[in-house]
Design a binder for this molecule. Structure first.
Ligand code: ATP
Ligand code: ZN
Length: 501
C-alpha cells in the first residue's frame, strides 16, 4: 500500500452533455440540468471535503445551437471554472475538423484522456493521469469506443482505435503499481443493446482485472444503482447533465473499504397536474439547487453572443416539419424532403442523399428561426458534390434497402424515387425517367456520408470524382427556405419517395 491512512473521496461525474451547458426544459420538466447547477451540487461537497474529483466521460460536443455555434467553447469555459479534473474523449469529439478539437484541447484546463486512440503507432491523446487526492494516488485512464471509426469516420480516418480490452490489459497492471485507486474514464457504453463488435464497459470489467471503478458514457444509460462486475464498480450518469453521479470512496491504507454511489437529480421534477388556476404543478425529484453565479454569468454571456443570430426568423411554416427520430429513421418525411430538395436547389445536382440520423429534430408550425434549423442539423455538415454512374447509384440504394428500420443510416432522397421489396430495389426513377446504369449523374450528399459515414462506403469510393462545396448544410437549408420557398411553407411534399414493401 502506498498510502497508510483513511481518506474519504467523492467523485462527481457526468457524460454525454452534448452542448447542454445551460439549464433547459423538456416536456413537463422545465428548467432542469445546467452546468451552473451542477457546480452548486459539487461545491456543496467541496465545502465539507476537499477530496473531490470531477470527471466527464465524453461527448461534450453537438446538440445545442448556442454551444455548437461556438464549437463548445462555452461548455469548456464553464468546465474549467468548475475545476473538471479530466474528460474522456467521446466519439462526438470528432464531429468537427481536427483543428476544432485541437482548439478545444488548447483552451481546456483539463486533459482529454484516451489510451486506445493511436496515430502513427503512438497514443494521440494523454492516456492517463495520476492525481494525489488527500494523499491517495488515483490513476485515471481514458478509453474511447472503437465504434468511433464507423460513427465519425470523416474526421477520425487518420486515427487507429485499438481494442479497449487489450489496451487496458497492458495499462492497468502498470497503473496498479503507481496508484492506490485505478479509474477507467470510458466512453464505451453499457447495457445489452450495446453489445456487439465494440467493447462495452461491462466487457471491460469482465475481461480486465484490477480496475476499481469504470465511469462510463456513450449509451446515455440511466442507472438506479451502480453495477459491480469482477469487483469493478461501473457507473454512468444518463445524459445532458440531467443527473450528476456521486461516488463516495472510503480509502484505507490504499484500498477501497466502503463505497456508495448516488445519482443526484439536477433539478428534475415530476408533473403533478394543474392547480385551480390552470398552472402546472411540479414537484422536485431531489433537493432543489440554485445555480452557481461564477458559472451562470459567463454561460449567459455566451448565450447572448449567439442569440442575435439564433433568434433570427427566416420564415414560417403552417405544417409540422417532421424530424421525429423514429420517423426519419424508418421512412420519408416532409422535413427529409425539404433538406434534400435544398441540396438539389443549391447545387443543381440530379440526386440528393441524406442520412435520417443526421436529422435531429422537428420544426413546429409557426415562425422558423436559425436556432430551429441548427437544432435539426447540429453537426455542421457541409455539402459534397460528386459524379456517379447509374450502376453505382444502384449500389447505394441496395445498401439503403437493407438497413434495418430505426438506424441513422436510413436514406432520404431528392430527385429520385424507388421501391424495395425484401431488400431488392425496383422502380428507380430519376426525375421521372428510369435510372440508366451507364449514365453519369451529379449526386449531392453531406460530407458525413461522403466520408463513408453510416456505412455508405460506395459514396466514399465515389468521393474522388467530386469536391466539398464548403457550403454548410444548415446554411443551405436556411437559404432555401428564405429564397427557394420565399419564407412561406403552407404545406410540404410528403409523398413517399422511397417505398419499402
Ligand atoms: P452518442 O450515444 O455517442 O451520443 P448519438 O446520440 O449520435 O451517439 P444516435 O442518436 O444513435 O447516437 O445517432 C447516430 C446517428 O447519428 C448515426 O447513425 C448518423 O446517422 C448520425 N450522425 C452521427 N454523426 C453524424 C455527423 N457528423 N453527421 C451526420 N450525421 C451524423
Ligand atoms: Zn453521446
Amino acid at each position: 500500500a502506498l498510502s497508510v491512512f483513511a481518506v474519504k473521496i467523492s467523485i462527481f461525474h457526468v457524460n454525454d452533455t452534448h452542448g447542454h451547458a445551460w439549464t433547459f426544459s423538456e416536456y413537463h420538466n422545465p428548467d432542469i440540468g445546467g452546468f451552473a447547477v451542477i457546480a452548486s451540487i459539487i461545491d456543496e461537497e467541496r465545502a465539507k471535503n476537499p477530496n473531490v474529483l470531477f470527471l466527464h466521460a465524453g461527448d461534450i460536443n453537438t446538440g445545442v445551437p448556442e454551444s455548437d455555434l461556438l464549437n463548445a467553447l462555452p461548455d469548456i469555459f464553464a468546465l474549467n471554472r468548475m475545476k473538471l479534473d479530466a474528460m474522456a474523449v467521446g466519439n462526438h469529439e470528432f464531429d468537427k475538423p481536427r483543428d476544432v478539437l485541437k482548439y478545444q484541447m488548447s483552451i481546456a484546463k483539463f486533459p482529454f484522456l484516451s489510451a486506445n486512440i493511436y496515430k502513427d503507432g503512438k497514443p494521440f491523446f494523454t492516456p492517463y493521469i495520476i492525481k494525489n487526492v488527500g494523499g491517495v494516488k488515483v490513476a485515471i485512464f481514458g478509453l474511447t469506443t472503437e465504434e468511433t471509426s464507423i460513427l465519425e469516420p470523416l474526421y477520425s480516418q487518420d486515427l487507429e482505435f485499438r481494442n479497449a480490452i487489450e489496451v487496458a490489459k497492458e495499462l492497468v497492471p502498470m497503473l496498479r503499481e503507481k496508484a492506490d485507486v485505478v479509474i477507467a474514464l470510458t466512453h464505451l457504453g453499457m447495457g445489452q443493446e450495446y453489445e456487439g463488435n465494440y467493447t462495452t464497459s461491462e466487457e471491460l470489467a469482465q475481461n480486465v482485472d484490477g480496475i476499481d471503478v469504470i465511469i462510463d458514457g456513450h449509451s446515455h444509460t440511466k442507472l438506479e444503482e451502480a453495477k459491480v462486475i469482477n469487483n469493478t464498480i461501473i457507473v454512468q450518469a444518463w445524459e445532458w447533465g440531467k443527473i450528476v453521479g456521486k461516488l463516495d470512496l472510503d480509502v484505507e491504507n490504499g484500498k477501497i473499504k466502503e463505497w456508495n454511489w448516488t445519482p443526484i437529480p439536477v433539478n428534475l421534477k415530476v408533473y403533478k397536474g394543474k392547480d385551480e388556476n390552470g398552472n402546472a404543478i411540479y414537484e422536485y425529484v431531489g433537493k432543489p439547487y440554485e445555480p452557481a453565479m461564477y458559472v451562470k454569468v459567463p454561460l449567459d454571456y455566451f448565450a447572448k453572443l449567439g442569440s442575435k443570430k439564433l433568434d433570427t426568423v427566416i420564415g414560417e411554416t403552417k405544417v409540422l416539419l417532421d424530424g421525429e427520430r423514429a420517423h426519419v429513421r424508418s421512412g420519408d418525411t416532409n422535413l427529409g424532403h425539404l433538406i434534400t430538395d435544398a441540396m438539389l436547389w443549391k447545387t443543381g445536382a440530379d440526386i440528393a442523399f441524406q442520412n435520417g440520423g443526421g436529422i435531429r429534430a422537428s420544426i413546429e408550425p409557426g415562425k422558423i428561426t436559425i436556432r430551429d434549423i441548427l437544432t435539426v442539423l447540429p453537426f455542421g455538415n457541409t455539402v459534397y458534390v460528386m459524379k456517379m454512374k447509374g450502376s453505382d447509384i444502384m449500389k447505394v440504394l441496395e445498401y439503403a434497402a437493407n438497413i434495418p428500420e430505426g438506424k441513422g443510416a436510413f436514406l432520404h432522397v431528392a430527385g429520385l424515387t424507388f421501391e424495395s421489396k425484401n431488400g431488392k430495389v425496383t422502380k428507380v426513377m430519376v426525375n421521372g425517367k428510369p435510372l440508366e446504369m451507364d449514365k453519369v449523374y451529379k449526386v449531392v450528399t453531406n460530407n458525413y456520408m461522403a466520408g463513408g459515414g453510416d456505412g455508405y462506403s460506395m459514396l466514399k469510393e465515389a468521393k474522388a470524382t467530386g469536391y466539398d462545396t464548403g457550403f454548410v448544410l444548415a446554411d443551405v437549408v436556411v437559404e432555401y427556405i428564405q429564397k427557394g420557398l420565399g419564407g412561406k411553407i403552407d404545406s410540404y411534399d410528403d409523398t413517399p419517395r422511397y417505398i419499402r414493401i
